[in-house]
Ligand binder design. Structure first.
Ligand code: BES
Ligand code: MN
Ligand code: ZN
Length: 518
C-alpha cells in the first residue's frame, strides 16, 4: 500500500473515503472537522449520528454517503472514547484505540471497493508522530487478508486498498519525527503480517523445516545471522525434552537461531534473547486432543512467528547490543515412536522430567531452548512467547497476554513495552503453592500439574530452566489468534507479541544512549 502524509485539510484530500476519528460528545456538540463536515452536509452528519446512536465510544463506526457534497463519496466516523484526558490516556494506551479505528477504516474502505483512503489525525498536541504511527500500522494491518488458498473465482473480488493518505496538522507532515514514525510503522506492520501469514498457513505447508526455511529467508533479507540445526545436532546438544516431543512425528525438528550482532565493542554486551514456542501442530500426542481442541493447533507456533518477525524490525533498529531469537520447532504427534505418559526425559540442563501428559509439550521444548540460551548467551534479559496453556485463556480471556516472572527490571521493561505497543498484557503470579503440582515421585519434576492454576504451574516449569537469568514468560494462548475481526485484527493469526518486542528493544536503545547518571 502506498502511504502519503499531507498537511492539506482532510476535506481537501482527494480520496474516495474520508475517515474521521471522533471523541465521545463531539457529535452532540460538533467542533473542528466534525462541525466542518456537518456544515457541508447540511447538518446531516450530526443528525445521522444521533439517529444511529453513534456517540464516539471506542470501536463505534458510522458510515455516511456524502452525495456529491464532499470530495470523498463516503465519510467514516470512528469512535475514540472520551476527549477529557485523551492527551494522557491515548499515549498510555499505546494509541491502541486510534490503531483500531484506522484498522476498521481500512477494512471497511477495502470491503466497499475503495482504493484510496484519507485518514484525519485526531490532532492531540505534541503527539503527531505517535498518531501517524498508529494510523499507518492500523490501516496496513486492517487491510490484511489471508486468501492464498482460495481459488480465483472464490476470492472475494473487492479491490485492494491502494493508498492511504494521513492528514496531519499543516507543517508537521515534513518533520523528521513523523517520517521516522511512518517508516517504523510500515516495517512493524509488515512484520506483524509476516507473523500472521505463518500462523495462518496450514500445518501441511508450515512444517518445522518450512518454518526454518522462512526464518532463514527473513534473516537473509534483513542482513541478520542465521543458524538452523537438525535432529542430529539437537541430539548433540542433549535436548532430551525437545527430542522427546518430536519423536511421534514424521517431520524432522529444527532449532533456529537468528542473531543481530552490532559492530565493534557493542557486540560483547549482554544480549536480549527472545524464545518462541514453535509447535507447528499440536495434536496433543498420545494424550490426544479432541477434535474441537485440535482444530486450531496449527497456531501453536505463534510465539515463534512473533519472535522471528520481530527480528526483522530489530535489524532496522540496529540496536547497540546483540539480540537473538531462538526457536525449537517440531510437531507434537502420536506416531508409533511417540513419547509416552510415564516416560522420563533428561533435559539439556540435566534435570529429569516425568511425563504425565504429552499435551504439555510446549514447556518441554521451551525448557531445553531456554536452558541453552541462558547457558550459551548469558542474556541481559530473556523473554519467551508461547501459546502455552488453555488455562491462561480461562484466566484472562481471548485478548490479553499473561506475563509471568520474578520482580525486577526485566518484568518492568516488558510490561512497559506492552503498554507502549498497545498490546493488552496482564501480570499473573508465580504462586508458591502451585509449584507443588510439579512434584514427581520418580523424577526431579513432572511436566504437568492439575487444571487448577494451569498457566502458573506451566510458568514454574519453565523457571526450572532459566536459573537466575532475568526472565519473562508471555503466555499468548488467547490473543495469538481470533475468530472475530476487530479494528486492525483480522480473523486467524494476530501477530501478537511483535509490537511488544519492538518496543522492548526500542526502550533499551533509548536507555543505552542516555548518558550514565553520576
Ligand atoms: N498449545 C496448547 C495450549 C493452547 C490451548 C493454546 C488452546 C491455544 C489454545 C498446549 O500445548 C496445551 O495443550 N496445554 C495443555 C496443558 C495441560 C495438558 C497441562 C492445556 O492447556 O490444556
Ligand atoms: Mn499441547
Ligand atoms: Zn501446545
Amino acid at each position: 500500500m502506498k502511504i502519503e502524509v499531507t498537511g492539506t485539510g482532510p476535506l481537501e484530500v482527494d480520496a474516495s473515503v474520508l475517515a474521521v476519528p471522533v471523541f465521545e460528545g463531539d457529535a452532540a456538540d460538533p467542533k473542528g472537522i466534525f462541525a466542518e463536515i456537518d456544515r457541508r452536509l447540511g447538518g446531516h452528519l450530526a443528525s445521522a449520528a444521533t439517529e444511529e446512536d453513534f456517540q464516539g465510544k471506542t470501536g463505534q463506526v458510522l458510515s455516511i454517503r456524502t452525495l456529491g457534497k464532499l470530495k470523498a463519496s463516503r465519510v467514516l466516523l470512528l469512535g475514540l472514547g472520551k476527549r477529557e484526558g485523551a492527551e494522557r490516556v491515548l499515549p498510555l494506551a499505546g494509541f491502541e484505540p486510534l490503531r483500531l479505528a484506522a484498522g476498521d477504516a481500512a477494512r471497511l474502505a477495502q470491503k466497499g471497493g475503495a482504493t484510496r483512503l484519507a485518514f484525519a489525525s485526531p490532532r492531540l498536541p505534541g503527539q503527531t508522530a505517535h498518531e501517524a504511527r498508529a494510523i499507518v500500522e492500523g490501516a496496513l494491518l486492517g487491510a490484511y487478508r489471508f486468501d492464498r488458498y482460495k481459488t480465483e473465482e472464490k476470492k472475494k473480488k473487492p479491490r485492494l486498498l491502494e493508498s492511504l493518505v494521513v492528514a496531519l496538522p499543516p507543517g508537521l507532515e515534513r518533520s523528521k519525527e513523523v517520517k521516522e514514525s511512518v517508516a517504523l510503522a510500515r516495517t512493524v506492520a509488515q512484520s506483524v503480517a509476516w507473523a500472521r501469514d505463518r500462523v495462518n498457513e496450514p500445518p501441511l505447508h508450515l512444517t518445522p523445516s518450512r518454518l526454518a526455511d522462512a526464518a532463514r529467508e527473513l534473516a537473509k533479507e534483513a542482513g541478520l545471522q542465521v543458524e538452523v540445526l537438525g535432529p542430529r545436532e539437537i541430539a548433540g546438544l542433549r535436548m532430551g525434552m525437545f527430542l522427546g516431543v518430536t519423536r511421534g512425528s514424521a517431520e524432522e525438528p529444527r532449532l533456529v537461531k537468528i542473531s543481530w550482532i552490532p559492530r565493534g565493542a557493542a557486540a560483547k554486551k549482554a544480549p536480549v534473547v527472545i524464545v518462541g514456542k514453535a509447535i507447528t501442530f499440536d495434536s496433543g500426542g498420545l494424550s490426544l486432543k479432541p477434535t474441537e481442541g485440535m482444530v486450531d493447533m496449527k497456531t501453536d507456533m505463534a510465539g515463534a512467528a512473533a519472535a522471528i518477525a520481530a527480528m526483522k524490525v530489530v535489524a532496522e533498529l540496529a540496536p547497540p547490543f546483540p539480540v537473538h531469537a531462538l526457536v525449537g520447532a517440531c510437531e507434537n504427534m502420536p506416531g508409533g515412536r511417540a513419547y509416552k505418559p510415564s516416560d522420563i526425559l533428561i533435559a539439556r540442563n540435566g534435570k529429569t522430567v516425568e511425563i504425565t501428559n504429552t499435551d504439555a509439550e510446549g514447556r518441554l521444548v521451551l525448557g531445553d531452548v531456554l536452558a541453552w540460551g541462558v547457558e550459551t548467551l548469558k542474556p541481559a534479559m530473556i523473554v519467551d512467547l508461547a501459546t502455552l496453556t488453555g488455562a491462561c485463556i480461562v484466566a484472562l480471556g481471548m485478548t490479553t497476554v499473561g506475563a509471568f516472572g520474578p520482580d525486577g527490571p526485566a518484568m518492568d521493561a516488558v510490561l512497559a513495552a506492552a503498554r507502549a505497543a498497545g498490546e493488552d498484557t496482564w501480570r499473573l503470579p508465580l504462586t508458591d503453592s502451585v509449584k507443588e503440582e510439579l512434584k514427581s515421585d520418580v523424577a526431579d519434576l513432572k511436566n504437568a500439574g492439575t487444571r487448577m492454576g494451569g498457566s502458573i504451574s506451566a510458568a514454574w516449569f519453565l523457571k526450572e530452566f532459566v536459573g537466575d537469568a532475568p526472565w519473562v514468560h508471555l503466555d499468548i494462548a488467547g490473543p495469538s489468534s481470533t475468530t472475530k475481526e476487530r479494528g486492525h485484527v483480522a480473523k486467524g493469526g494476530t501477530g501478537v507479541g511483535v509490537r511488544t518486542l519492538v518496543e522492548l528493544v526500542r526502550a533499551r536503545i533509548q536507555e543505552d544512549s542516555r548518558p550514565p547518571r553520576r
